[in-house]
Ligand binder design. Structure first.
Ligand code: NOJ
Length: 733
């Protein structure tokens, strides 16, 4: 396998030659601690009871305390488990000891976990971090997460999540880098480098797991787990792209998606797993299913029973079963009965053992005492990185009347329950954070602004306390209202049919507006929201997402102007939910939407997004001029002048887009091709240069033929996907 020395490859082969069929299948089995005993109702129902509000989170936790965990020690001892989801280093060592010292061949376990946007240091959710357009940052946060988790024994991250996501109703838009395949690919490469490339010690890297392979983000109507149908040109040019980039960068594992793609669930999809990923892209590592997904193929109606599903998945190229034990129970007899070739098992076991070898688990299976103690207190450089990432991810959407930045002695009324919450700054899928590390918005603001009063008033979780709003009396100079979504409103299984600010928060906002004080709406949310009303009535809107443990400081620094905001939107924001999916790089139509009736538009909603991909303001302004495009050899050489026309230094994200105007297939109206950061002092101008290799100007057709077609191209440069300069050029390839 790429990445292994010859010696290591030999060790894998030697091991394989000594393994029994059961032991090989054991490697293909991933378990998570199952919860046993202690309940009057089944565990699945308990979860449902908590989710639908029949019991509170606290009650659920109380019940859980009475439960016992089964860590599958006996199966590990028998060589029947290849991987486990555990994050406690003491437990990791205990279970690893059984695998290494008590199983026949002493093969170490690989411990995996959802470390999506940080381990103990929690960074902004991916949709937010992607908006920093800072590939170096993407890499550094991944590297830090790898170090922190490895010190707890977690050597495998179920990340990065690379689903191109264009429908904000889908709750999982929060977990990935947004709507654009190019930004997604840059994010993918950087994350793989960060997670995997620091081999100065085995404690510094982990195996990445690209997910969810593939097309999950295109689930119909944004409803989670829903069916996915797409034309193959879209598959190759958009949805596959970030995965292709990450495999090229050396990613070690991939997780198949829950959904079907054009009728075949990804879990049993031979075209996707074996043909495309392993054969065509040359992916050397192993594929894991999503949780319970092999069994769900029966529910999909694609397999008759567990056994049939297991055989179909293994044949398709699924190497590891997450959570169902179907492989453990069914594959041995399937091989013995000739239903499954032995080579399929050998291949899967080889791939899994190779990744374990690459991770150094055979030589260093345990977490050292020193590593366990290393991050007892979060080191300053970890906090600094979390702060930098959070600051760079804040997006200033509107700043009418230059209300921002606020003076540090301004009299501020801070409103909203979200401002006080530690949990809500963290975002979905963070599991290893500690309360003591979290800086709430209130705490961060109080450090900076000395004249601050706080009013809870309410938030997304329920009622608004109007009395509290009315009795405040003097609201000071300015109101900062922290409103938006709860963490539980985005992420997995959190699709929404209405993505306006939930609950009665708009009423609260209206009341606050009636005070006559300028209102700064600071949003916290895990998806683009439909902000039509807010856009029309609220003077200042700041997109704060869920920025992780340093959110409070980051927000205070941006609102006070200590930091000039530079974050951009990695996903377009609609004006109304009914516009979803809305994204900048949509296909052209024969009747592009316009004011006239028989065009592609809505009667009751705007045509365009409210805030487009790439959008974000700062406390200065930038002017673009002099776009020049010329063909030189194998590339287009492009220059554009960017001027900081305002009174403050800043960092602009200069974006380059392209449109293939006439092609044999309909192409998107714009496609991001490159971006650059430009540091500009107040008043300064810079010429920004891009080289666009002509080989990157093509596209795949439905048969996967890459086409470079002569003709007219439009080149756009600007500060977001909507407001750009444009030049046309004819190109021959
Ligand atoms: C389900 C989710 O779809 C996936 O993203 C996650 O990694 C697994 N469960 C494991 O928790």
């Amino acid at each position: 396998m790429k990445g292994l020395t010859r010696e290591q490859e030999k060790r894998v082969e030697d091991l394989l030659s000594r393994m029994t069929l059961e032991e090989k299948i054991g490697q293909m089995n991933q378990e998570s601690p199952s919860i046993v005993g202690g309940f009057d109702v089944p565990f699945a129902e308990l979860i449902e009871m908590m989710t639908d509000g029949r019991i509170s989170k606290e009650e659920f936790q109380k019940i859980m305390e009475g439960a016992k965990q089964d860590y599958h020690e006996d199966e590990i001892r028998k060589g029947g488990v290849g991987s486990l989801m555990v994050q406690d280093p003491v437990k990791v060592n205990e279970l690893q000891k059984i695998a290494v010292e008590e199983s026949r061949l002493g093969i170490p376990l690989i411990f995996g976990l959802d470390v999506i946007h940080g381990f103990r240091s929690v960074y902004p959710i991916a949709i937010a971090e992607a908006g920093s357009f800072d590939t170096d940052l993407f890499e550094r946060t991944a590297r830090m997460a790898a170090k922190e988790s490895r010190a707890a024994g977690v050597a495998w991250h179920f990340a990065p999540m690379l689903d191109v996501a264009r429908d904000a109703r889908w709750g999982r838009v929060s977990e990935g880098p947004g709507e654009d395949p190019y930004l997604g690919s840059e994010f993918a490469r950087a994350k793989v480098r960060g997670l995997q490339n620091d081999h100065s010690s085995t404690e510094n890297y982990v195996a990445a797991c690209l997910k969810h392979y593939v097309g999950y983000g295109a689930c119909e109507a944004g409803r989670d787990y829903n069916t996915v149908s797409m034309a193959m040109h879209l598959f190759y040019n958009a949805y596959l792209k970030p995965f292709e980039a990450a495999v090229d960068e050396g990613a070690m594992t991939v997780m198949a998606a829950f959904n079907d793609l054009n009728g075949v669930p990804c879990t049993v999809n031979e075209f996707l797993l074996r043909k495309t990923l392993k054969e065509s892209l040359g992916f050397p590592g192993f594929v894991v299913s999503d949780a319970n997904a092999i069994r769900e193929c029966v529910v999909h109606g694609i397999a008759e029973d567990d056994r049939d599903a297991g055989i179909k998945a293994a044949l398709a190229g699924m190497d590891m079963d997450m959570g169902t034990e179907i492989y453990s129970k069914e594959l041995k007899s399937a091989v013995e009965e000739g239903l499954l070739p032995m080579e399929v098992i050998d291949e899967a076991a080889r791939r899994i053992l190779s990744v374990k070898m690459w991770l150094g688990l055979f030589d260093n299976p345990y977490v050292s005492e020193e590593a366990m103690a290393r991050y007892k207190v979060l080191p300053k450089e970890h906090r600094d990185l979390a702060l930098e990432a959070a600051e760079k991810s804040v997006v200033l959407l509107k700043n009418e009347g230059n209300v921002l930045p606020l003076k540090e002695d301004a009299r501020i009324s801070l409103v909203g329950t979200l401002a006080e919450s530690r949990e809500e700054i963290i975002g979905a899928w963070a599991m290893s954070w500690k309360e003591e590390d979290c800086v709430t918005i209130r705490a961060g603001m109080e450090e900076t602004f000395k004249n601050l009063r706080y009013f809870r008033c309410g938030g997304p979780e329920g009622d608004i306390n109007m009395d509290e709003v009315l009795s405040a009396g003097d609201y000071g100079d300015v109101i900062v209202a922290v409103l938006g979504e709860l963490v539980s409103m985005s992420g997995e299984a959190s699709s929404k049919a209405d993505i306006t600010i939930p609950g009665r928060q708009r009423e609260l906002l209206e009341m606050l507006m009636h005070t006559g004080k300028p209102v700064v709406l600071l949003l916290m949310n895990g998806r683009p929201l439909a902000l039509d009303w807010e856009y029309n009535y609220v003077p200042v809107i700041v997109e704060g997402w869920q920025l992780g443990i340093e959110m409070g400081h980051a927000v205070a620094n941006v609102l006070s102007g200590r930091v000039n905001p530079e974050g951009r939107l990695s996903s377009s924001f609609p004006a109304m939910t009914g516009q979803c999916p809305v994204y900048y790089n949509h296909m052209n139509t024969g009747r592009p939407g316009s004011k006239s009736k028989f065009t592609s538009r809505y009667l009751d909603a705007p045509l365009d997004s409210l805030y487009p991909f790439g959008y974000g303001l700062s406390y200065t302004s930038y002017e673009y001029s002099g776009l020049a495009v010329k063909e030189e050899g194998d590339a287009l050489e492009i220059d554009v002048t960017v001027k900081n026309a305002g009174g403050r230094d800043g960092r602009e994200t200069v974006q380059l887009y392209m449109q293939d105007v006439t092609a044999s297939l309909v192409r998107p109206v714009k496609e991001l091709k490159a971006f650059r950061k430009a540091e500009l002092k107040a008043g300064e101008s810079k010429s920004i240069h891009f080289t666009l290799p002509k080989k990157d100007m093509g596209f795949y057709d439905n048969e996967k033929v890459y086409r470079l077609e002569d003709g007219l191209f439009r080149i756009y440069a600007g500060g977001n996907s909507r407001d750009c300069l444009m030049e046309e050029i004819r190109v021959a390839f």
